[in-house]
Design a binder for this molecule. Structure first.
Ligand SMILES: Cc1ncc(COP(=O)(O)O)c(C=O)c1O
Length: 390
């Protein structure tokens, strides 16, 4: 049988990135004890009140087909949330409810990319970005971020990467994997480039609620003059530790949402009403659990940082946001890939090689801050042991 070229385009983008994680899983299945720091899955329990709403609403029969855009009451909760965040009135017609940020990214690029169009990815970038651009025939164009500047954007490099075929720039702040949080000045400067070349700014804000230290979250969507070209994709997967709910959304101009609707409807005939109810509840309320999660990620990052202080050739900095920390292992002389492989083989610690997130991730390993402080301390001791043996 004949298959679409998209299948071939996507085939090489998957499993190689996860080779070390998959090897770790196989060893764990054989009974070995390993410390997994490879996957960004929240380990702390979600606020039970949200689960209660989903449960109650399911039992109350909220199980029918719902509207293609998402039900109005949920979009109104989203509108309240973004009105609070942006300080200007955001309407319920500026959202589509979708099963997660990943789905939101996929339909967004289907709606804005023609085959042969280029999309700028700030490198290192989240592991699925190449695929969401490539699926509709787009060409991912990595723009290097400088590890020695905390992986903050290099505006000249962005400008230089723009060609007549460029249609969009994909932003992710707080970043997975780097932990960088872009400042307002950076977003405005990128916005200026986007305005000059008429580009979309797709802003993946799945870690927006996890800002550490004295950093502040800023989105291009906060700027009225960038609203028409900004598309925010997000979810409650990380903010409320509910990735299995697959509850996410797109936020943008009303015009963009109108254009996106027929694309998203080819994929979904509406979403799950009981999850829409639970998501609206999550957005309208404050939960101590989510504050505790944020504190826990930062405390774990500190434990790891302190624990690897004496590791030869390894440096780190605290993440500005999100739930990951980058170990800079360039000083060991090993690639991120080789360090991660030896860490697995010799110390039973599973991390993600920085190379899995693009060329600029080279010489780094990404650590997910998803184990408690005691286990993180043990992981740090093992990392130090390996580094000092090299
Ligand atoms: C940067 C980034 N975007 C999107 C996703 C996917 O999120 P969701 O569960 O909302 O699809 C993840 C998950 O790890 C992520 O790290």
């Amino acid at each position: 049988m004949r298959y679409a070229s998209a299948v071939d385009r996507l085939a090489h983008l998957g499993s190689a990135k996860w080779a070390i994680h998959i090897a770790g899983r196989q060893r764990a299945a054989r009974g070995e004890k390993l410390i997994f720091l490879s996957i960004g899955e929240p380990d702390l329990a979600p606020p039970m009140a949200i689960i209660d709403v989903a449960d109650r609403q399911m039992r109350a029969g909220r199980l029918r087909y719902s509207a293609g855009r998402g039900e109005l009451h949920l979009r109104e909760a989203l509108a309240r949330h973004y009105t609070r965040q942006t300080g200007r009135t955001i309407g319920a017609d500026q959202f589509l409810f979708l099963p997660g940020t990943q789905a939101a990214l996929a339909v967004t690029f289907m709606a804005i990319i023609e085959p042969g169009n280029e999309v700028l990815l700030l490198d290192p970038y989240y592991a699925t970005y190449e695929a969401v651009v490539t699926a509709p025939g787009g060409i991912p164009v990595p723009v290097p971020l400088d590890p020695d500047r905390g992986f903050h954007p290099d505006l000249d490099a962005i400008e230089r990467a723009v060609t007549p075929r460029t249609r969009a720039i994909l932003l992710n702040s707080p970043s997975n994997p780097t932990g960088a949080v872009f400042t307002r000045a950076e977003n405005l400067a990128i916005g200026e480039i986007a305005r000059r070349h008429d580009l979309w700014m797709v802003s993946d804000e799945v870690y927006a609620s996890m800002i550490h230290g004295n950093h502040t979250f800023h989105s291009p969507f906060f700027e009225k003059e960038l609203e028409e070209r900004t598309i925010v994709v997000s979810s409650i997967s990380k903010s409320h530790a509910l990735p299995g709910f697959r509850a996410g959304w797109v936020a943008g101009s009303a015009d963009f949402c109108d254009h996106l609707l027929p694309v998203s409807e080819t994929l979904l005939f509406g979403c799950q009403p009981f999850l829409e109810d639970a998501t609206a509840f999550a957005l309208d309320n404050h939960f101590d659990e989510t504050d505790a999660m944020k504190r826990a990620y930062l405390a774990r990052a500190r434990v790891l940082m302190n624990g690897v202080k004496s590791a030869r050739g390894v440096t780190t900095h605290l993440p500005e946001g999100g739930m990951f920390l980058m170990l800079d292992v360039r000083g060991t002389g090993l690639s991120g890939e080789d360090f991660a492989r030896r860490l697995l083989d010799e110390e039973a610690v599973v991390t993600m090689p920085g190379e899995s997130f693009g060329a600029r991730g080279a010489g780094h390993c990404r650590v997910a801050l998803t184990v408690d402080e005691a286990i993180m301390g043990e992981a740090a001791a093992r990392i130090t042991r390996l580094a000092n043996r090299l």
